[in-house]
Design a protein. Structure first.
Length: 417
């Protein structure tokens, strides 16, 4: 009985294997008649079946079917061009077949490199595949252009272009020394990086941006993609440090370009780490004492810490470099006003809350400085489009008991009364 069962199982396995072989034979017949889609549909079950003995042959056949479809339509297109005809042809099918042919060729090579039952690797198809697909990169580039420009299909454009860019690094071509690299190679790398970034695939955006940067002429454009990809993928403290270090290196290399400084400023501003911002501002000042923005940032940190005198000195440095630096002019006025309030509280009599004549003079002296800067802010921004100087200036006039100036501001803004 046991022997009978074993024979039955062997017979069933043979029947299944025979069925897969039959599918492959049927697919070949359909392929020979140019019935490409039917051939693919017939062959597909045999590609993944555990009973298919010759997997590499099955995948090679799939590659040939798709390649045959591609060549048939390509021939029609070439004939149209030569004869100057406008006969319609299946461009979409042609380029879909081109991509599928290359993908199947790689699967064929994968199985072709597996050892046999004796542990030996005896590749059957590699040489032929290399000869067929070595010049195929241009076809993949054209496929990407078709999907990108004509179909607005970014996913398939990416598939085609990334396949082209990665051809040299596939096992099929990894050991081919004279693999071609066309002059447009880095252009395609750049567009592939752009497509990746637009689809929020930041891993591939970084990958292809780095590849693009190998061309010195495109290093600047590639760096932009790399920076913004890293910015989007920051999750850990290590990610942030890596992003900041990259920006700092670029800033040192190209100090004349403001974008890297501005990106660093944006990072530190949004990080809300005042201590880190101050340290970075001081680094920038050490590198270039004429960097007005670095002085302004340091002043902002000190201002937030209520270190009025130190903040004022930073703002004055920035204003020396740019007399029309409105935000620093305004902030300096705010600091002087805040200093005057703090001084008033410090010098006031503990019982009455009043000031002696001498102490009142000290407070007014600071208020006078506040008035100078706030009036300058008014001069620079008379319509209060960027800073609202009206209320703090009104409070200064109030403290200085300047009723004439108070009335002038009330006429401009009745809400101040």
């Amino acid at each position: 009985m046991k022997k009978f069962m074993m024979m039955a199982l062997m017979a069933a396995a043979a029947t299944t294997a025979f069925a897969q072989d039959a599918l492959i034979k049927d697919a070949k017949k359909l392929f020979s008649k140019g019935e490409y889609q039917q051939a693919v549909e017939t062959l597909t079950p045999a590609l993944t079946s555990a009973e298919t003995v010759d997997k590499k042959g099955a995948w090679n056949l799939l590659s040939e079917i798709h390649y045959g479809k591609y060549m048939e339509v390509q021939t029609e297109a070439s004939k149209n061009q030569i004869e100057k005809k406008n006969t319609p042809y299946d461009t979409l099918g042609m380029y879909n077949a081109a991509i599928a042919a290359w993908e199947a060729a790689q699967k064929c090579d994968e199985f072709d490199q597996l050892p046999d039952e004796k542990g030996k690797v005896k590749p059957k198809y590699r040489s032929a595949l290399q000869n067929k697909y070595k010049p195929f990169g241009i076809t993949l580039v054209q496929a990407g252009q078709y999907f990108y420009q004509d179909r607005k299909d970014n996913a398939n454009a990416f598939k085609a272009w990334s396949a082209y860019l990665n051809m040299k690094n596939t096992p099929l071509f990894a050991e081919v020394a004279d693999f071609p690299k066309e002059p447009f190679y880095y252009d395609i790398a750049y567009y592939t990086a752009i497509l990746s970034y637009q689809s929020k695939d930041y891993v591939n955006a970084e990958k292809y941006a780095k590849l693009t940067a190998e061309d010195p002429a495109k290093a600047g454009e590639a760096t932009e993609i790399l920076i913004f990809s890293k910015k989007e993928t920051m999750k850990t403290k290590e990610d942030s440090l890596s992003y900041v270090d990259m920006l700092k290196d670029l800033h040192k290399q190209k100090s004349e370009e403001e974008r890297y400084f501005n990106l660093l400023m944006d990072y530190y501003t949004h990080a809300k780490d005042m201590k880190a911002m101050q340290a970075w501002a001081e680094e920038e000042i050490a590198l270039n004492a004429e960097n007005k923005m670095a002085w302004a940032l340091k002043g902002e940190v000190l201002m937030n810490n209520s270190e009025w005198d130190a903040a004022i000195e930073c703002y004055k440095k920035a204003i020396e470099l740019d007399p029309d630096f409105l935000q620093c002019v305004f902030n300096a006025g705010v600091c002087y006003n805040s200093k005057a309030i703090a001084l008033n509280e410090q010098l006031a009599d503990k019982k009455t809350g009043g000031l002696s004549k001498e102490n009142a003079a000290k407070v007014k002296e600071v208020l006078a400085d506040a008035q100078v800067f706030m009036e300058r802010a008014r001069e620079l921004d008379p319509n209060r489009e960027k800073v609202n100087w009206a209320y703090p200036l009104y409070r200064i006039y109030y403290s200085m008991q300047n009723k004439e100036k108070m009335a002038e501001l009330e006429a401009i803004d009745p809400s101040l009364k």
